[in-house]
Design a protein around this ligand. Sequence first.
Ligand code: ME8
Length: 662
Amino acid sequence: MPDKPKYYLTTPIYYTNGLPHIGHTYSTIVCDTLRRYKRMRGYDAVMTTGTDEHGVNVERSAKKAGVPESEFVAKMAAEWRALWDELGVQGDEFIRTTDLKHAHTVQWLFKQCRDNGFVYPGHYTGQYCIYDNAYVDVKPGENCPDCGRPTETVTEANFYFKLSAFQKPLLDWYAKHPDFIQPEARRNEVLSFVEGGLRDLSITRTSVRWGIPVPGEEPHVFYVWFDALTAYLSAVGGPQYEKTGFFPADLHVVGKEIIRFHAVYWPAFLMAAGLPLPKQVWAHGWLLMDSAKMSKSLGNVVRPRPIVHVLGMDALRYYLLRETVFGQDGNFSYDALVQRYNSDLANGLGNLASRTAAMVEKNNGGKIPKPATFQPQDTALATKAQEAIGEVLEQYDKLGFSLALEEIWSLIAATDKYLTTEHPWSLGDSEADQQRRATILWTTAEVLRIVTALTHPVLPESTTKVWSLLGQPGRADCVALDGLRWGQLVPGTALGKSQALFPRIEKAEAIERMEAMEKEAQNAPSPVTTPAPASAPVASAAASAAAAQAAPEKIGIEDFAKVEMRVGQIKTAERIVGADKLLKLTVDIGTEIRQICAGIAQFYEPEKLIGRKVAVVVNLAPRKLRGVESNGMIVAASVGPEGRPVLAGFPDEDVEIGARLK
Ligand code: ME8
């Protein structure tokens, strides 16, 4: 038997500094539906989803939760995973960017790009908050948007990726592959961005600790996007991708705000490394809440769990795919959700299934009847169903989920109408009536079988029940859609057990319950609140490498022992031109004289510092502040709302230079 064709698709790799809302759910459900669909079309389809776990935001969130980063991300990733399970998502690979295999792939990709001459060392200049240890997106002179304290213009050493070299190759690629970026509007947006010229991209950081180390170049860690995009490769074999045969991806599904990363940076990295490019990047629109993008930062999010608890997972899947045209923005409303549930699922599919089963039970002893002579109205419904198969598959192929579902529900509506017109319940016991009823019931059950198979990728839970209710062999997900035809329902098949599908629900009550649960979820403590026990396993070697440098709020003595602090004596102190808050010091730490920059210039006169004994962290990785190397840190208290630094010192005794602080 020939091998099945392979199909590889991906969701974005979601940030772990928050929990999923239904915007994230949307992308994931789209991919899960497509993966199920492709499998039913005979593909060996594989889907990757996962969590993007590095970077300053995770550092901060972990700090806020009072746990080490490795523990924070492990708990958050477990939450994301559990939710996808509850939504019936069958991701084949859940990649975490703290997985060791991922770290190796990122390091390998970097080496390929570097060996091919597309990486060079340089410096990055930006506004840096010395209190939060992070670059912030503000102009020189502006304060940190997070803590409100002054920022510094800082220059740090970085490795740059020669993105500028890929302007022409990318434009050539887009021209040769007109379907590479979808939809059209996003393609145009990317084209004009690339045509406008590409600037080289800084792909490492020395100001961030929580990241994948650049081998041999510590303290450099990879920029989160170089790290996260590579997850698509590490999930399917990494450097050995040829062995799995799934790389490059057939489809990357992303939200429209991250199209540039996927349609410009990612293909450029791959070209630089000599790797094949994905076939397509599809950017869908946003779920809006009150006309604004649903997002954690705006606080206007709706979570999937309350909806799943009240209406079931299929209801949410159906609503998301039916209500929004793929590629466009769509507004979320509880009202429309319950409306869809009652009209399309309870009264539509659910009602058709239960009344068909009840009629077959009552009139034919629970066995699919044998049809007699088909009348034109039976044949008309058969034709509609047969045509629907073709149309629905075509729409699924184009990611036209809402149109596919519209087509299926139009078939359900036609069948309801057919039953109303043919009213099999009012036929009598004569031979002719029995035969007519058998024909109508077989026809109705056959529509239901086709509808069930076509809807399965979207409604996996309920269609599995309908499939067994119809007594069909195998599982609904094993149906070969390519072989689905009108007329395959075998008379005499015994119906299976009837199970509740979509019980009708009162709209106001459903909304009230979902809103109450949403409120509860918003007020619930974060899933990550307790400090890690000393023996807590770290997420991975990559995480532990980074965690070794991290400083959680509560740590064991062995962690504290990693910080080496010594008594130092300031030998020289001078201001730095252009950096009015920084002083450049040379400090004797007993074994050597170190150059250290300290953000104390506004509070200490340089001359008065000479000879002063201070506490120095001596094993900090060196970094550049305003282009000046700083090799260690002077310990100071941060006093008052403006964070005035007060140097720690030893007024009681003349301590020896180089003595260790324990
Ligand atoms: O951007 N409507 O992660 P993220 C529709 N880690 N989709 C939405 C949405 C909304 N209101 N809000 C979020 C990142 N999404 C990076 C990705 S990939 C290598 C790295 C979906 O957690 C949408 O797919 O911010 C969007 O692109 C993604 O979640 C962003 O997730």
